[in-house]
Write a protein that binds this ligand. Structure first.
Ligand SMILES: C[N+](C)(C)CCCC[C@H](N)C(=O)O
Ligand SMILES: O=C(O)CCC(=O)C(=O)O
Ligand SMILES: [Fe+2]
Length: 353
């Protein structure tokens, strides 16, 4: 491990540099001499001691340094996950959580969140089929993210909004709100009613598909993680006038350990590509095709029929959803959740998130 002296001074945990009650830094980093060097360095079994030119002493537990060094972070995954295709997911027999235990027990909530974090999808069963109960569920794990679609949304195929979701047409796999600067983290679906045929929901683990691309064509994976794209939502239907724009690559990875944390994939909402130079455009289409082929492999498709009482939570940064066309009257309610607050709940229950 290599440490910079300014870094070592900056992270000092002494009472005058760090408030351990608020977990906030008190030291003014800008007051540290950028050429600072310790006067003395001493090491015992567990601790490293620095005495700085002004006499201030900084001590570091060696364990703390191991945990927080740049080299340490490179080895560590932020979010442990189980990547899946249909067979892996079905074999895993991931249990659904019961409405009652989800709402009333810590265990139920924790099991649910653990599965959600590992697989990017999770179900709650025996939920009374109303918008109010769906809202209660959502509020148990997070804050509802209000958007142009409302807080809780409730939709049928009435084309009340200018989007294909509000029709009976099939929707190919996609993630939602790719046209936001920060796409919604979680999506909740509860089908309250369907009198008709079709309308099954399609789920595909985008991270599994991306992993296949990384294995087979690493340079294409890299291109998909570097080239920023624009997605756009333009609506002029009835009273609804909206124009949203979001820019970012299809694959978003942490720069220090290359871990994938978000996929933005929506071919319907992808806007004109005009920020990519001529010599890159064709390579980007090739890479996008490779990813699409993976996403469309039938063995990667997990199909479910949503029914009243069964609420589905989808990690919209990871798992793509779609739907089969349908006939008849179909009512879906749900909402988006703020990602930070789901992760907050998970961490408070002792989960790695
Ligand atoms: C109906 N509901 C509010 C859930 C979503 C509508 C959003 C549809 C949009 N094309 C997208 O993929 O973001
Ligand atoms: O109707 C459905 O099952 C889902 C439609 C959809 O993709 C959405 O609302 O985001
Ligand atoms: Fe969608």
């Amino acid at each position: 491990m290599r440490f910079d002296y300014v870094w070592l001074r900056d992270h000092c945990l002494s009472a005058s540099c760090y408030n351990s009650k608020t977990h906030q830094r008190s030291l003014d980093t800008a007051s540290v001499d950028l050429c600072i060097q310790p006067k003395t360095i001493r090491l015992d079994e567990t601790t490293l001691f620095f005495t700085w030119p002004d006499g201030h002493v900084t001590r570091y537990d060696l364990d703390w340094l191991v945990k927080n060094s740049y080299e340490g972070q490179k080895q560590k995954v932020i979010q442990p996950r189980i990547l899946w295709n249909a067979e892996i997911y079905q074999q895993a027999q991931v249990p659904s959580v019961d409405f009652q235990s989800f709402l009333e027990t810590k265990e139920g909530l924790k099991n649910f969140l653990q599965n959600f974090l590992l697989y990017g999808i999770a179900f709650v069963e025996n939920v009374p089929p109303t918008q109010e109960h769906t809202e209660k569920l959502a509020e148990r794990i997070s804050l509802i993210r209000e958007t142009i679609y409302g807080r809780m949304w409730y939709f049928t195929s009435d084309f009340s909004r200018g989007d294909t979701a509000y029709t009976k047409l099939a929707l190919d796999r996609h993630t939602d709100t790719t046209y936001f600067q920060e796409p919604c983290g979680i999506q909740v679906f509860h089908c309250l009613k369907h009198e008709g045929t079709g309308g099954r929901t399609l789920l595909v683990d985008g991270f599994y598909a991306a992993e296949q691309v990384l294995q087979k064509a690493p340079e294409e994976f890299e291109l998909l993680s570097k080239v920023p794209l624009k997605h756009e939502y333009i609506e002029n239907v009835g009273e609804c006038h909206n124009h949203m724009i979001g820019v970012g690559p299809v694959l978003n990875i942490y720069p220090w350990n290359k871990e994938l944390y978000m996929i933005r994939y929506n071919n319907y909402d992808r806007a004109v590509i005009n920020t990519v130079p001529y010599d890159v455009v064709h390579r980007w289409y090739t890479a996008h095709r490779t990813l699409t082929i993976e996403l469309r492999k039938p063995e990667n498709e997990f199909w479910v029929k949503l029914k009243p009482g069964r609420v589905l939570f989808i990690d919209n940064w990871r798992v793509l959803h779609g739907r089969e066309s349908f006939t008849g009257y179909r009512q879906l309610c749900g909402c988006y959740l703020t990602r930070d607050d789901v992760l907050n709940t998970a961490r408070l229950l002792g989960l790695q998130a």
